[in-house]
Write a protein that binds this ligand. Structure first.
Ligand SMILES: [Zn+2]
Ligand SMILES: [Zn+2]
Ligand SMILES: [Zn+2]
Length: 595
């Protein structure tokens, strides 16, 4: 049967981690448009009626024309009463044939809300009608309440637990905050709270007040368990704007049927856009929700830290590590001209940012890179190490530009300092900038060819004094952090350490002995200088097999540099490589530094 209550619709959504659109219809035309839109996409739908709309038609009258539309539908449809604050009226609608109701006692004291909701649930059960409950003020949605900044905007977990166990509602809308947070105009959602409530809730969660949320925010909330999303404003806009547009385009016409047909099409289009979005059928999912290796303009990446966070948010990423080369991570970043706390900004976008550093180690070996995370970057030990590295870098990179110029590939230090039109200090110069310039000036085809040219020709190679890997592991631990070996397969198979030749595997063993915490398995080898025979997946399997018992973290990261701004070749994307959010959460070492 197509006319159902919300239970089976939302149970499937929750199980399969998508959300169902609940559209506030206002008349026959909008109801018909919504159902047809859902049918064409073969997706279930919830038609919602506001109390105002029901009262305008009359309870019995409205159901008399609404029910036939739903009973003939080719998908499951529930008819749901939205935000009813009146117990008696809610019961009247149950009597009249609504298959689902929301009793909204969120403005009442908790116990009163619970008592009324319980009464509705007991009544509704006799008719196999489902009930949605709400807790905590959702700022700006219910227009007659005013909640001050940071006050009452989030439901309390303890209250939620009591409410859920007492009322046994079928769907639950907890307030998770849309109040102004740290930044004026920025939406402050408490994703952690939402996730915790979901894991404590026997029933699916509902999202109210989604206007103004970005796609990424919706993705994160759906990932965290939102199974029903209410859409009201968009229906009103599509309907009224459709009428205005039609009349503007046909000012002399007085043809109601044509007008209706046009408006209906507009409403249907809007409904389908939302259904496609919430059902996630259009979603470009990142391969991994956690990416522990990304670069920004603070080293050789092309996205600013803010751009990287926004990008990660739009993709629905959960965690990213900002691991710029050999520079101390930012704690403040620029957002709309104001310096704001980086992790707090990311939180408003639904992304957890882990500040880190990717250290290049071992003077005589290439690509021995260690990613440190969770350190106290204000510690003198780490600052001193940073200073030493910066000095040696400036020295050798200047030398490299001079060598290249002598060899017929002119590059000036000034070009390096102003690369990409962004002036930078000598201490912020990365070697990759020189390789990028070589490619852009046409000396080589790609930056990695430039890198290989310099690496493989002794005349071009200018070696800089790099820290020893074991010293970086020690440094990470002394400053409260962890240390992960990046892209092990970019390290040469035989390397010279302390004038001794050893194999890559032996070298990694020595790092493990020195306390290495993790090793990167999932990495974009196919888009870098890796020329080995193994595929990306074969490397992942091999590293897991060799090191799962030896290190605490089998890590992963894309080594994102926002390549797309520089080239159309081998573009790495955030989340292309990484680890799953489940692995991240369940890994003791990672969750310790994520706090
Ligand atoms: Zn880089
Ligand atoms: Zn690296
Ligand atoms: Zn890197």
């Amino acid at each position: 049967m197509s006319y159902v209550n919300m239970k089976s619709i939302l149970t499937d959504a929750r199980k399969n981690r998508y959300a169902v659109g609940a559209f506030n219809i206002v008349n026959y035309l909008t109801a018909k448009a919504a159902v047809e839109g859902a049918e064409e996409l073969n997706q279930n739908i919830i038609l919602q009626t506001s109390v105002k709309t029901v009262k305008a038609f009359g309870v019995i009258e409205m159901m008399s024309w609404l029910k036939p539309i739903v009973e003939e539908a080719k998908v499951k449809v529930a008819i749901h009463l939205d935000h009813s604050t009146d117990v008696a009226f809610t019961k009247t609608c149950i009597d009249a044939g609504w298959s689902s109701v929301m009793y909204d006692g969120s403005k009442l004291p908790l116990l009163e809300n619970i008592a009324n909701t319980k009464e509705i649930v007991a009544y509704a059960q006799k008719f196999d009608v489902t009930v949605e409950g709400e807790l905590g003020a959702i700022v700006g949605v219910e227009d007659d309440i005013y909640v001050k900044e940071g006050e009452g905007a989030h439901a309390r977990l303890e209250d939620c637990k009591v409410f859920l166990s007492e009322t046994k509602v079928d769907a639950f809308a907890p307030a998770i905050g849309t109040a102004h947070g740290v930044y004026k105009g920025e939406i402050n959602l408490d994703y952690d709270l939402f996730e915790t409530i979901n894991s404590n809730s026997p029933c699916p969660l509902v999202l109210h007040g989604g206007t103004g949320l970005t796609d990424g925010m919706f993705y994160r909330l759906i990932d965290l368990g939102a199974a029903k999303v209410n859409i009201s404003t968009a229906v009103k806009i599509a309907y009224c704007q459709g009428m205005k547009d039609y009349m503007e385009q046909n000012p002399k016409q007085n043809n109601p049927l044509k007008l209706d047909a046009y408006v209906k099409e507009q409403v249907k289009k809007m409904v389908q856009e939302h259904i496609r979005f919430f059902s996630l059928s259009d979603r470009k999912r990142p391969n991994y929700e956690v990416d522990l290796h990304c670069h920004t303009t603070r080293s050789d990446g092309s996205d600013t830290p803010k751009e990287l966070i926004d990008k990660a948010s739009s993709l629905g990423m959960c965690v990213i590590a900002m691991t710029d080369h050999d520079v101390l991570p930012a704690d403040k970043i620029e957002v709309n001209g104001i310096m704001v706390d980086m992790t707090a900004y990311a939180k408003t976008k639904g992304v957890k940012v882990l500040p880190g550093i990717e250290f290049s180690c071992e003077t005589q070996a290439e690509d021995v890179h260690l990613v440190v995370l969770g350190c106290d970057y204000s510690d003198d030990k780490i600052r001193e190490m940073n200073k030493k590295i910066v000095e040696s870098k400036i020295h050798t990179y200047r030398e490299l530009t001079e060598v290249l110029t002598k060899k017929g590939f002119p590059i000036t230090w000034d070009e390096v300092l102003n690369y990409g039109g962004i002036p930078r200090k000598s201490e912020d110069v990365q070697k990759k900038i020189i390789f990028n310039l070589m490619a852009e000036k046409g000396y080589v085809e790609t930056w990695s060819d430039g890198k290989l040219l310099c690496r493989n020709n002794p005349e071009y190679s200018v070696k800089r004094q790099k820290p020893k890997a074991v010293d970086i592991i020690k440094l990470a631990h002394e400053t409260g952090g962890i240390c992960i070996l990046a892209h092990p397969y970019l390290i040469d198979e035989t390397i010279k350490i302390d004038e001794k030749k050893i194999s890559r595997d032996e070298f990694i063993e020595s790092l493990i002995e020195a306390g290495l915490d993790g090793i990167e398995a999932s990495y974009t080898y196919d888009k870098t200088t890796y020329h080995g025979k193994l595929t990306k997946n074969e490397i992942i399997e091999k590293i897991k097999e060799m090191y799962t018992d030896k290190v605490a973290i089998i890590s992963g990261g894309s080594d994102y540099h926002a390549d797309y701004k520089k080239t159309s070749k081998n573009i790495r994307e955030v989340g292309e490589c990484g680890i799953s959010y489940d692995y991240f959460k369940n890994n003791a070492c990672l969750s310790a530094i994520a706090k």
